[in-house]
Structure formats: structure tokens, C-alpha cells
Design a protein. Structure first.
Ligand code: GDP
Ligand code: MG
Length: 442
């Protein structure tokens, strides 16, 4: 899905990610590339312009450029904005508090309405609902048959009155039938046309005014790119939509529709069709799709975790300490405690520019029991010892071991780990001090 777009964006952002320093020029260059990638993916021109402007504004803000991991931060801004572009959160179907809920699916011919009605039926049944599929496409006998076959396959009831009845009457009849049969969601499969025309819109409007659907969802084919967006815009203006189902995202759609529909129409994409099979329907998750496009998986949640625990100012202070090489046991204890909050250290440190290759990190991890020992040992030191670790000779170590209920060997191990950590952070600080262009990975 969206291979071309994903590859281009990932390449662009990779250049930024590892940088210890990011300049305004770096951001501008990256945004030029992002812009081209989005346009090539058939994203709406205005949407692209607004998107790039927002990212630029946020990325050039001093928060990012002066942060510990500026490249990563830019990536995060792009990710955040992609999510916003697609509507932020996952939008759910409107459900009526007084069943049956009426869901009306509309769209052009071949978009995937009938297939989606069946998929939604299956999806809703899995949620504990009792859906009824309704054949309102009276122009082609094959359309009614298609829905009946799907209903049969899935063991879902299909309401139909053949092709000689108006769709409005069928929809009304289906509502009565659903009440009598205790069906709590009605899924109306309406007829499409090759193009939007008055006849189609009039028919849909009269169904709408008769049965008053709780949810009108437009089904559009993601492969048609900006056409899908234009179709969505017209339908929304003429009929009023509550949501969009984007089908055929399993194919080689470029991304234009997924990234533009919400921004252009204001209508959220609620579901994504991921194949022809009835179970190939997924709620549309803007966050997951953004992560997928940027190829970041869990990295982002780690950045977020790190941000919430690792206060930027503290980090800066730490860096200054490291520059002066006065990283002592108190700082070490603080670090260890931070790491506990943030989770697996090797993963986390991989996010810091230039830190990815440091093998020694595996040794700087402690489990819950060990951390108690670490704390006990450090707290058994005198303030002077904590400030000047080099004075820790054998007699002092014996006293500390005794005071903390540990062994001299444990004290020695901790000192070794402390030394490694100090060295590692020192290296990190040195690298960060080199300035633009010469930074790690940059
Ligand atoms: P309708 O005219 O809007 O009712 O469209 P149909 O439901 O009949 O679907 C038209 C074609 O698109 C059928 O061959 C479906 O199998 C196919 N289709 C529908 N949704 C998807 C999807 O999400 N992925 C793929 N690959 N094909 C789909
Ligand atoms: Mg159909």
C-alpha cells in the first residue's frame, strides 16, 4: 500500500533522523522532497501546500531545532500531521440508541458498495449486532442476486423485493421487517451510476428523506485517487455524508485519496477495504496508516515514551555535565531510574543519534530486583564518594557492601557499569558537540 509514497518519504526522513543538528535549510530541503512525494502520490494540491506549511512551521520552531534529537522530532511532526490530515482518530459508525440503526451505502458503480455491505454485515455481527442486508439496487437483477449470494455465504439475512419496486419502498419495507425480526442494523445497498447525475442524487435524496439514515457512507475506490476525492466532495455537498469507506487499498493505490478525503471534504474515512473477501474490511486508523507510510512501527511510541519521561531540560543539563566530565553516581542513579521508566534501554538509545551502534548498552540494564541493589549501594555511599567515584578503594567498598546488604563483588559490578555508562554518555556528548554536518549519522 502506497509503496511509492512510503519509500520517498522514508528516504527523505532518514536523512534527517540521524542528524545531531538540523538547520532551517535541512528542514526546507526535506519539505521540498515531502511536497514532491505527496504530489506524485496524487494528493490534492491544496492539501499538500497546507500540510507542508504546517510541518515546516512546527519543525522550524525552536523546540525542534534545539531539542536533543531534532531529526527525530521532525519525523514526529510529519507523523503527527499525517495523522491529523487523515482525521486524527478512528471514527466510528453512528449508532442509533433506538434500533434499528439505518446505514445507507452510496457511491458510483463498481466502487464496492455491495461487497462493502456484506463486509459490514460480517463486521457488525462480530461486534454482537444483528444486521440486515437490504437490496435497493433495482436497476440490475444481477445486483440483487449478488447481495443474496453474499448473504447466503455469510449466513446473513438479505431483504429484497425484486427489481420492480422503488428503492424508497424497499428501504421503508426493510425498516418494518427489521423491527419485526429484531434486526438492529440495516445496511442499504443502493444503486450507483457510472458518473454522478441528477437522477442518482434524486433517488438517494428521496431514500434519505424517507428512512432518515443514521449514517450515510460513501464507498469510493482508492485506486481512482483525486477522482475519488472529487466524487466524495460532490456527494457530500449534495447528499450530506457521515463517513467514507475507501476500498481497494490492497491494490497499488498511491495514497492520494486516503490523504485528501478528510482534508477536502471534512468527512472522515471510517473503513478501509483491503480485499475482495468478506473479512477484508478494517476500521480506518489514521495513526497506524501514518506509521506504515513512514515505516516507523513502534519507534514513534518509543519517542513519545521518551519524551514524557525524559525531560528535555534535564537532558540538556546532563549533557553539560558530561561535557565537563563530572557525571557522578547521583547522576548515574538518576539515569538508571529514568531508564526504568522508559523501558528497554537498547531500543530507546537506538533512537538517539549516533547511539545505535553502542553494544555496551546491554550491560546497563537492570531488572527490578537489581535496581533496588543499585539504589541501596549508591545510597550507602557518602556524598563525597558519590561525587568523586575515584576515591572508592577497597575499604570503602567493603563498608558500602555491608551498609547496603550487598557484596563487594556487586559493588564492583556497579562501579564497572557506572564507568561504562559514563564513557558512553561522554562519547555521546562529544559527538553532539561537533556541530552540523559532522554529527553522528548525518
Ligand atoms: P458496487 O458496484 O459499488 O456495488 O461494487 P461491488 O461491490 O460489486 O464491487 C466491484 C468490484 O470491486 C468487485 O469485483 C469487488 O470484488 C471489488 N472490490 C470491492 N471492494 C474491494 C476491495 O477492498 N479490494 C479489492 N481488491 N476489490 C474490491
Ligand atoms: Mg452493487
Amino acid at each position: 500500500m502506497f509503496e511509492g509514497l512510503a519509500e520517498k518519504l522514508q528516504n527523505t526522513l532518514k536523512k534527517l533522523r540521524g542528524k545531531g543538528k538540523v538547520t532551517e535549510a535541512d528542514v526546507a530541503e526535506a519539505m521540498r522532497e515531502v511536497r514532491m512525494a505527496l504530489l506524485a502520490a496524487d494528493v490534492n494540491l491544496k492539501v499538500v501546500k497546507d500540510f507542508v506549511a504546517r510541518v515546516k512551521e512546527r519543525a522550524i520552531g525552536q523546540d525542534v531545532l534545539e531539542s536533543l534529537t531534532p531529526g527525530q522530532q521532525v519525523v514526529k511532526v510529519v507523523h503527527d500531521e499525517l495523522i491529523q490530515l487523515m482525521g486524527g482518530t478512528t471514527s466510528k459508525l453512528n449508532m442509533s440508541s433506538k434500533p434499528p440503526t439505518v446505514v445507507m451505502l452510496v457511491g458510483l458503480q463498481g466502487a464496492g458498495k455491495t461487497t462493502t455491505v456484506a463486509k459490514l454485515g460480517l463486521y457488525l455481527r462480530k461486534q454482537g449486532r444483528r444486521p440486515l442486508l437490504v437490496a435497493c439496487d433495482v436497476y440490475r437483477p444481477a445486483a440483487v442476486k449478488q447481495l443474496q449470494v453474499l448473504g447466503n455465504q455469510l449466513d446473513l439475512p438479505v431483504f429484497s423485493m425484486g427489481t420492480g419496486v422503488s428503492p424508497v419502498d424497499i428501504a421503508r419495507g426493510a425498516t418494518e421487517y427489521a423491527v419485526a425480526q429484531g434486526r438492529d442494523v440495516i445496511l442499504l445497498d443502493t444503486a450507483g451510476r457510472l458518473h454522478i447525475n441528477e437522477e442518482l442524487m434524486d433517488e438517494l435524496k428521496s431514500i434519505k428523506s424517507t428512512v432518515k439514515p443514521h449514517e450515510i457512507m460513501l464507498v469510493v475506490d482508492a485506486m481512482t485517487g483525486q477522482d475519488a476525492v472529487n466524487v466524495a466532495d460532490s456527494f457530500h455537498k449534495q447528499l450530506g455524508l457521515d463517513g467514507v469507506v475507501l476500498t481497494k487499498l490492497d491494490g497499488d493505490a498511491r495514497g492520494g485519496a486516503a490523504l485528501s478525503v478528510k482534508a477536502v471534504t471534512g468527512c472522515p474515512i471510517k473503513f478501509a477495504g483491503m480485499g475482495e473477501k468478506p473479512d477484508a474490511l478494517e476500521p480506518f486508523h489514521p495513526d497506524r496508516l501514518a506509521s506504515r507510510i513512514l515505516g516507523m512501527g513502534d519507534v514513534l511510541s518509543l519517542i513519545e515514551k521518551a519524551q514524557s519521561t525524559f525531560d528535555a531540560k534535564m537532558a540538556k543539563e546532563m549533557e553539560q555535565k558530561l561535557r565537563k566530565s563530572d557525571f557522578n553516581f547521583e547522576d548515574f542513579l538518576f539515569q538508571v531510574q529514568q531508564m526504568q521508566k522508559m523501558g528497554p534501554l537498547d531500543q530507546l538509545v537506538g533512537m538517539l543519534p549516533g547511539m545505535g551502534k553502542m553494544k555496551a548498552l546491554k550491560d546497563v540494564q537492570f531488572d527490578e530486583k537489581e535496581i533496588k541493589h543499585v539504589e541501596a549501594i549508591i545510597l550507602s555511599m557518602t556524598p563525597e564518594e558519590r561525587q568523586n567515584p575515584q576515591i572508592l578503594k577497597d575499604s570503602r567498598k567493603r563498608r558500602i557492601a555491608k551498609g547496603s546488604g550487598t557484596s563487594v563483588q556487586q559493588v564492583n559490578n556497579l562501579i564497572k557499569t557506572y564507568e561504562q555508562t559514563r564513557k558512553m554518555f561522554k562519547q555521546f556528548a562529544d559527538m553532539r558537540g561537533k556541530g552540523p554536518g559532522k554529527g553522528p549519522g548525518g
